[in-house]
Design a protein around this ligand. Sequence first.
Ligand code: ATP
Ligand code: MG
Length: 359
Amino acid sequence: MSNDDCAIWASLPVPAFLIDENDNITDVNSAGEGFLNSSTKTVSGHPVWEQISVDTPIEEAFLKARQNSTPLFVNDVDVGSVNRAPLQCTMQIAPLAGREGHMILLITPRELAGRMTQSHSVKSAAQSAIGMAEMLAHEIKNPLAGITGAAQLLSMNLSADDLELTDLIVAESRRIVKLLEQVEQFGNLSPPDKKAVNIHDVLDRARRSALLGFGAHMKIIEDYDPSLPLAYGDPDQLLQVVLNLLKNASEAADPKGGTIRIHSYFEHSFRLRRSDGTGQSLPLQVEIIDDGPGLPEKIKDDIFDPFVSGRENGTGLGLALVSKIISDHDGWISVTSVPGRTVFRLSLPRVPRAAKPKE
Ligand SMILES: Nc1ncnc2c1ncn2[C@@H]1O[C@H](COP(=O)(O)OP(=O)(O)OP(=O)(O)O)[C@@H](O)[C@H]1O
Ligand SMILES: [Mg+2]
């Protein structure tokens, strides 16, 4: 391989394998080593189907692809290896140009593919659920006002014991009204008014307001890249996003305290490719990292859906709102979480270059 080829090979973000005419592995890129949990040296020269197990009979199709020199795509198969449990993957197999009988095999775990398209499904799921909830919110508020009023009237002639009950009716009704108002606020969200934003100003405002309120028990560390260019977004909505993330981290932490790190950095190569084929560069990265217990296992795949909450009094709207705002900004949000380290990462576009004036 030339130096360029080596660089391309090493940076391919999906597991890739080169296979010779006898079905032995001749090379594995670094993502492939990660997938196999084993080194190139260990697996080179070994039959590929001993190292990689696939839950469908693939050998024959593979042979055909080699004989006919045609690529082969296999969707949704469980692919495992000696050292790891099977994962649902898509496999792409193609003859290696210029080398008779040699093949290249790419394996894309569904996790990876899923992550790239998730924002769309999240958006539409959120929108339909929220449309429904908004309608309900509107319908429920009127009768609820009637119930509260009736309870208050009743309470005028009651003994202390019974008064407790009417107070309960009033208090619980208020709680429902508050929840409904939150749902309505969600529906009222206007499209972002995008302009050049210094994201550090937003982060600073969020940090200060967190420390004065819900995050008073937390230590919030700023870890900013001061050379970050301006972002393109709605500062108020982005503030809401950061506040929601800081609030979640503060609520997940031990009541005695915890640490949140706000990390900003530039990643030149981060691009998002959408399912419609368009792409966008999202080089500004902001991570909100906390050292709390991590996402609850039961809900960790659904946290961006509305009404999914792991907290007793949570409404589950915080992250749904975050997801909606970020997707309205054509940005991206991802999360990784293990106990002791939860990272929410926002990727945002920079301000577009001013259009050149016409000559
Ligand atoms: N940093 C975090 N650490 C641990 N768990 C988290 C973290 N962020 C979110 N979660 C989990 O994700 C759930 C969903 O969060 P989300 O903000 O959508 O709703 P909520 O906080 O429960 O309610 P709301 O924000 O509407 O008051 C939380 O209830 C919590 O279980
Ligand atoms: Mg929340």
